[in-house]
Design a protein around this ligand. Structure first.
Ligand SMILES: [Zn+2]
Length: 405
């Protein structure tokens, strides 16, 4: 059913947009991401889809089954086209490519469908540029924080500016669609960990997605002369931040399934002979159970450390997405589909955030299929073989056929 050669050819075509070798840089709301949307939209339009871009720059392509009369609600399938800086060819892209291939294979086979199918390519899933992950899907399900469009990238361009540069209005909240407009949402994605590879299996079915908290912490101390200021008279913002980083690690380690990361840190004024006066760092906390208490304990540690050291801290919460359990019926559909392509797919919890969280949290029955990836993700080493991609696309097509008929 799946046209492997077509899938493989398109994997190469898409990877060349923003790509050199196996490395891809296709940031959200950039011209590269738009070129990727144009490429994918062109494939789908050529097969008769009604293609449009919404005000948050998500690409939608709707296939109407003959005879449905435009009345029936669609099944949505897709993933994202953006990458992190110097990311790989598969994270997000494989989900869009397999969604396109799955739908085309159903068209090729003249499968009788009762419901429309919409392919979606979410904009700016990674949040690498503006710090707002799952941007497009969050907008589509009406979950954007207020004033999010005013957030700037490092060059001073706001989300609203970036949308206007693409030809949109600049208000991503206009992309909102009601959860009642969809019957189901399915997403295929590379697994971003080693579990499928270790188990020797091509596919897994996601049972839940961890809850995620993102914040920016600013610690304010006092900049002073590094030679003239005795150790007892300092308010060193970096020393306080360093202690907080270790607390983040300790707290996450003390919980069975939690992870905590400080991946970005900036020191001001940033000179070797000046006691650091200010320190800004990122905070990334994740767990499938008890996100709020993990956040609470971590912020209490920030308070404790800064108080003890005579510095202050402010916390800018960027995102808090609860842990999400995916729909049991769709999980069953995906497991049966995997079985029919010869894979006894295990259920896995996703430690990474996914666009699928937004429809799921909005009440749309949602399912996710993982495809084995070697070399992790968010790196040029990430890799899904064409064999695994084809098996994934085939399973996705079988699931779509069941859901849409
Ligand atoms: Zn992704």
């Amino acid at each position: 059913m799946i046209d492997r050669a077509r899938l493989e050819r398109r994997m190469g075509e898409l990877a060349r947009i923003g790509g050199t070798g196996t490395s891809v840089t296709r940031l959200g709301l950039s011209s590269e991401e738009q070129r990727a949307r144009d490429l994918v939209g062109g494939w789908l339009a050529a097969r008769g889809a009604r293609v449009h871009r919404d005000p948050a720059a998500n690409l939608w392509a709707r296939f109407e089954p003959p005879g449905a009369g435009g009345q029936s609600l669609p099944i949505v399938v897709g993933s994202h086209l953006d990458s992190v800086p110097e990311g790989g060819r598969f994270d997000g892209a494989l989900g869009v490519l397999c969604a396109v291939e799955a739908v085309e294979s159903l068209l090729d086979a003249k499968s009788e469908l009762r419901r429309p199918i919409e392919v979606v390519a979410w904009a700016d899933e990674e949040g690498a540029r503006f710090g707002v992950g799952l941007f497009g899907s969050t907008a589509a399900f009406g979950r954007l924080a207020a004033n999010v469009a005013e957030r700037h990238d490092r060059a001073g361009t706001s989300i609203a500016d970036a949308l206007r540069a693409l030809g949109e209005h600049g208000d991503p909240a206009l992309a909102r669609r009601g959860p009642k407009e969809f019957v189901a949402y399915c997403e295929l994605h590379i697994e971003q960990g080693p579990r499928l590879d270790q188990a020797g299996l091509a596919l897994g079915v996601v049972d839940a997605i961890v809850g995620i908290y993102h914040a920016r912490v600013t610690v304010r101390g006092r900049a002073d002369h590094a030679g003239a200021t005795v150790m007892t008279a300092r308010a060193d913002a970096l020393a306080a931040a360093a202690e907080i980083v270790l607390e983040v690690e300790r707290i996450a380690r003390s919980r069975a399934d939690a992870v905590g990361t400080v991946g970005e840190i900036a020191v001001r004024p940033g000179a070797k002979n000046v006691v650091p006066g200010e320190c800004v760092f990122s905070l990334d906390l994740r767990t499938a159970h008890g996100l709020d208490s993990l956040v609470h304990d971590t912020l209490a540690a920030v308070e404790r450390v800064t108080h003890a050291r005579g510095v202050s801290a402010s916390i800018d919460e960027l995102a808090r997405v609860s842990a999400t359990t995916l729909d049991e019926r769709i999980r069953g559909v995906l497991k049966r589909a995997a079985k029919s392509v010869g894979v006894d797919a295990p259920e896995l919890t996703s430690g990474a955030g996914h666009d699928a969280q937004n429809p799921a949290l909005a009440g749309v029955p949602t399912g996710m299929l993982f495809v084995r990836s070697t070399g992790g993700s968010h790196t040029p080493r990430e890799f899904a073989s064409i064999d695994d991609a084809a098996v994934g696309a085939e399973a996705l097509a079988i699931a779509l056929r069941e859901l849409a008929s």
